[in-house]
Design a binder for this molecule. Structure first.
Ligand code: NDP
Length: 249
C-alpha cells in the first residue's frame, strides 16, 4: 500500500517506542520519513534496509534554532514536509507537593513548546502546497492523572493547541488532530515501573484488568491511527482527539 508515495513525514521522538512504530508504518506506506530524535538511532537505517526511505535528523524539539534547521534539512534532503507527527515526549512524575519547577518546565517545554515550535516551522511548507497533516500525541492523562500534574496539563494543552491549529489551517488543506493513547508498552511505561519499584509484568497485569479489551497497547496500535489521520480518507476529520486506549475512555 503506497498511499504516501511522494509525501514527506517528520516524526519527532522517533528513535524508539510509538514514534519508531509510526515512522516504520508511514515509511511502509510509501512516505519518505525524517526520524527526528535527540540522539542517533537504528530506526532510519532499518527502514532503509527494508526498502523504505528514511533519514535521521538530530534535533531537540525544545530548541527553536535546532527545530528551524531540522526542517531546513528535511526540506533540503527530502523535498518538503507534508506530515508532522509531534510525538517527542518525556515524563517527570511526582505528587504536586514534591514536584520541582525544573520538572514542571521540562515537561511543558518538551510537549507544548516542542509542539508549537515544530508546527510553526513546518506550516509554511504545508500552506505553500495546500496540503498538510499535523498529528499531535496527547494522552488519557489529559483527563487528570495522580502524580502527573505537569504531564496532564501539557497533554490537555496539546488538545487546545490542536483544535486551534485545525481552525487556523483548515483553509489551506491542512488538518490537525490529536491521538491520546492509554497504556502503551514502551520504554516510557517501563521507566514508570522501574521508578516505582513495581515489576513491569505485574504493572501490565494490573492495567489489563481495567482495560475493556483486556490488553495493554502496542506502539503499532497508535501508529495505525496516526496513519489513518495522515491519509486522504481523513481529510474531513480535523481538531479531534482520538482516544486509543482499548477502553471507551
Ligand atoms: P519513549 O520515551 O519510549 O520515546 C520518546 C522519544 O522522544 C525518545 O526517543 C526520546 O529521546 C524522545 N525525546 C524526548 N525529548 C525529546 C526532545 N526534546 N527532542 C527530541 N526528542 C525527544 O515514549 P513513548 O514512545 O512511550 O511516547 C511517545 C509519545 O506518546 C509521547 O509524547 C508520550 O507522552 C505519548 N504517550 C505515551 C503513552 C505510553 O503509554 N507509552 C501513553 C500516552 C501518551 P531520548 O530517548 O533520547 O530521551
Amino acid at each position: 500500500m503506497n498511499e504516501f508515495e511522494g509525501k514527506v513525514a517528520v516524526v519527532t521522538g522517533a528513535g524508539r517506542g510509538i514514534g519508531a512504530a509510526t515512522a516504520r508504518k508511514l515509511a511502509g506506506m510509501g512516505a519518505a520519513v525524517a526520524v527526528v530524535d535527540l540522539a542517533g538511532s537504528a530506526v532510519a537505517e532499518d527502514i532503509s534496509r527494508n526498502g523504505g526511505k528514511a533519514t535521521f535528523v538530530a534535533c531537540d524539539v525544545t530548541d527553536p534554532s535546532a527545530v528551524e534547521s531540522m526542517v531546513e534539512t528535511v526540506v533540503g534532503e527530502l523535498g518538503s514536509v507534508d506530515i508532522l507527527v509531534n510525538n517527542a515526549g518525556i515524563i517527570r512524575d511526582d505528587l504536586l507537593f514534591k514536584m520541582s519547577v525544573n520538572d514542571w518546565d521540562a515537561v511543558m517545554n518538551t510537549h507544548l513548546r516542542g509542539n508549537f515550535l515544530c508546527s510553526k516551522a513546518v506550516q509554511s511548507h504545508m500552506v505553500e502546497r495546500k496540503w498538510g497533516r499535523i498529528i499531535n500525541l496527547s494522552s488519557t492523562s489529559a483527563k487528570g492523572s495522580r502524580g502527573q500534574a505537569n504531564y496532564a496539563a501539557a497533554k490537555a494543552g496539546i488538545q487546545g493547541f490542536t483544535r486551534t491549529l485545525a481552525i487556523e489551517l483548515g483553509r489551506y488543506g491542512i488538518t490537525a488532530n490529536a491521538v491520546a493513547p492509554g497504556f502503551i508498552e514502551t520504554e516510557m511505561t517501563r521507566s514508570v515501573a522501574e521508578r516505582t519499584g513495581v515489576d513491569f509484568d505485574d504493572m501490565k497485569a494490573a492495567a489489563e484488568k481495567e482495560i475493556a479489551v483486556r490488553r495493554v497497547g502496542r506502539p503499532e496500535d497508535i501508529a495505525n491511527v496516526v496513519a489513518f489521520l495522515a491519509g486522504d480518507d481523513a481529510s474531513y476529520v480535523t481538531g479531534q482527539v482520538i482516544y486509543v486506549s482499548g477502553s471507551p475512555d
